[in-house]
Design a protein around this ligand. Structure first.
Ligand code: NAD
Length: 321
């Protein structure tokens, strides 16, 4: 099996999760770890027997790289991707793909021109529950979808980039992009949003801590998404969950299961799914991106919805996506 040699740009919490998965995967090897915080680059390099870097240009000078992971704060996207694309390297980039549409479109165009394999970190698409929900909903007339992302993530350090509107885009962009992406994956494209936003509790941050987004899908379905960043940080049971009504039926989806009615009773359905890292590494090894469920150009559409919702909330008016 051809070994896939990987470089990391960004070695924070999320990157470490991918590194752990890759380190247990046959045929994948982390060879370079880059972070502007030297201690993070060094500790990742030490853990995985790789070379540390504090500048992604130097990492990209290596001639043995087969692929790159970019796991960066939302505001830091742009030049790192463009430099990876210039090297014509396949990359996995974490969601959301950028802080604004200008940067996202610039990268999207560069990807299309270079023809590199890309994969965006919408890992929920690969879950068994997502695939079961797709099968159930396929060809069905969906009436309405209701999404929730209630958690306490806004209660962390107010100085972190995550809780600064101009650096993360707030909860709708940084976090709820997963739920929005699953709505797109299971229902279809969104053409218009209308959002109400409030900062009710977390007065020490400039992001809304509660959001209410109404959506109109191009296929005629309608949707509603409520989010909170100021809920109990210990309870994740209402984070990233969806309910669909089609015809006279109700389907509940979350990352672990689908609930559907069979013979008048709700039953749980689960199935295993591959990790996004397995899918990406195989795509690089085989030079075939056809099993990647969220290439860059698709992920840009999920970003557009979050940004449109933020704008709608700020302008107090419906916004076309
Ligand atoms: N898919 C998921 O479920 C999931 C889960 C958590 C986080 N994420 C995403 O992963 C990304 C990173 O999140 P995180 O929690 O790891 O953040 P983090 O702040 O822990 O890590 C980001 C790292 O990038 C480094 N960095 C910033 N600019 C850089 C640059 N130009 N070159 C090299 N390194 C640079 C920072 O020093 C930091 O160590 C975010 O986009 C986040 O939304 C995705």
């Amino acid at each position: 099996m051809k070994e896939v040699k990987i470089g990391f740009i960004g070695c924070g919490g999320n990157a470490n999760g991918h590194m752990r998965t890759l380190s247990n995967m046959e045929g994948a090897r982390i060879v370079g770890t880059c972070d502007v915080q030297e201690s993070r680059a060094n500790s990742a390099a030490e853990n995985y027997n790789a070379e540390p870097y504090t500048n992604h240009h130097t990492l990209l000078e290596r001639n043995d790289l087969d692929a790159v992971y970019l796991s960066l704060p939302v505001f830091a996207h742009g030049q790192p991707e463009l430099d990876v694309i210039e090297r014509r390297l396949p990359f996995l980039v974490e969601k959301p793909v950028a802080i604004n549409m200008e940067i996202a479109r610039q990268i999207e165009e560069a990807v299309a021109a270079a023809g590199v394999i890309t994969c965006v970190g919408y890992q929920l698409r690969y879950s068994g529950s997502a695939q079961i929900a797709r099968q159930i909903l396929d060809g069905k007339e969906i009436n309405i979808v209701i999404g929730k992302y209630w958690c306490g993530s806004g209660r962390g350090n107010p100085d972190s980039w995550v809780r600064q509107m101009n650096r993360s885009g707030g909860q709708l962009v940084e976090q709820v992009t997963h739920t929005i992406d699953m709505m797109r994956y299971l229902v279809g494209e969104v053409e218009e949003v209308f959002a109400l936003q409030a900062n009710r509790i977390l007065k020490d941050i400039d992001c809304p801590d509660n959001n209410c987004v109404t959506m109109k899908f191009t296929n005629g379905a309608i949707g509603s998404l409520t989010t909170s960043w100021s809920y109990d940080p210990g309870d994740w049971s209402n984070a990233n969950v969806l309910d669909f009504l089609y015809e006279d039926q109700l389907v509940h989806w979350d990352a672990g299961k689908v609930q559907v009615k069979e013979d008048g009773q709700f039953v749980d359905k689960t199935a295993p799914g591959p990790s996004i890292d397995e899918v990406f590494v195989a795509a690089v090894r085989n030079d075939d991106g056809s099993k990647i469920l969220s290439p860059y150009s698709d992920a840009v559409k999920s970003l557009a919805i979050s940004l449109a919702a933020n704008r709608s909330g700020q302008e107090n008016a419906p916004v076309r996506v």
